[in-house]
Design a protein around this ligand. Sequence first.
Ligand code: UD1
Ligand code: CA
Length: 456
Amino acid sequence: MAAGKGTRMRSQRPKVLHLLAERALLDHVLDTAQGLGARQVVVVTGHESAQVQTAVQATERAQAPVRCVAQSPQLGTGHAVLQAMPALTDDGMTLVLSGDVPLTTEETLRALVAKSAGTHLALLTVQLPQPTGYGRILRDAQDAVTAIREEKDANDAERRVTEVYSGIMAVPTAWLRGALDKLTNNNQQGEYYLTDVVAQAVADGLSVQTHCIQNAWEVAGVNSAAQLAALERIYQRNRADALLDAGVRLADPARFDVRGELVCGQDVEIDVNCIFSGCVRLGDGVRVGAHCVIANADIAAGAVIHPFTHIDGEATGVQVGEGALVGPFARLRPGARLGRDVHIGNFVEVKNSTLADGAKANHLAYLGDAEVGERVNYGAGSITANYDGANKHKTVIEADVHVGSNCVLVAPITIGAGGTVGGGSTLTKSTVPGALTVARGKPVSIANWQRPAKKK
Ligand code: UD1
Ligand code: CA
């Protein structure tokens, strides 16, 4: 069911801040349904029906087809499920899920389906110390479920019940079809309540089972930015716990975010406030300092990423070689490929460039579209002038070259192996191996020059 306004979060979804919402909430639910091996998935749409339908159909799904049916007007949860019935066959089970409840685990749903055993009505329930707003599970003296009572229809004693209905049930389809046809809207909200099928089941002699879960977050819905942020923290905590279980040393699992896939080797250490997105692989013994943002990168064994480093390989990827040292405050952009023991220091930007083993750029530098040889030392303030305003050109710096400070290498250009480029040089032509090349403008000094007076 996704007809209610709960799915509003889809259109308001902040693209970067929440993994949960980076993919629509409904997609999480559809993935779970597919994971269970559903024969047919039906999405009941209503609020922003057209947008939801377009988004559902835009996502390719390997397994069961996803069909959308519109519910208009929205006359309640029972009426919503009724819209889906023509798409379902009588020989199966129906599992009712909510489109705005993203974190229910497959394991829980399998247990629920097992409770229904193909013939019973099975309700997913949870104990809530503060059950306000939820339908209460009513039981008789033998503890058998007799009904679900909505908050607005409940008396004081019923409101004190803390076992609530999650909104999720598994039920034999053939029986459900008949039960939905008999629903009435004779209640405080004037709605057709799906929950009223419980009392009908009792009257029909259909056994009603419950599966009560401990983790309230599994059935928590998202109707506001605050709820989304709260569920995101739970989702992240679950991911952090899985990494801790695998032996990854997180300085603080509460200050850690993975918004994609993070694969870690042995003895990996991650300090606080790091964000990983896209696909990131950290080899054995990698250490990541505090406040790093790393996306789409492959970081080999023993490399150290110092604090405040930003790495984003986007579609091309970034590779950091074994034992390399990166940061603090470094920036690696798409196509940065660092060999073994490469050092990239503070305020150094590397884009679409290969640095061979042992090359160093330790301070304030730019390397773009460059091929840098082994053991090259690239000085502070030096840049590759790779862009002429229309096209990008390549810079080749052969092995063992020393580039002094404040050099501009105007590409296309090759600096021959073992050469030295004197500090402050602007080079527009390639150099021969082993040469010392100095290319500075002639100093101009004007005698008796006066600084202009400041205008008032
Ligand atoms: C419902 C249950 C309540 C349960 C709670 C759990 C009913 C009558 N009550 O309450 O017992 O504790 O969920 O969260 O079922 N929807 C439609 N069409 C509609 C109405 C709702 O598609 O006409 C969808 C919503 O998009 C949502 C789901 O059904 O995904 C639940 O709707 P919501 O309004 O949140 O349910 P409640 O009435 O709060
Ligand atoms: Ca409601």
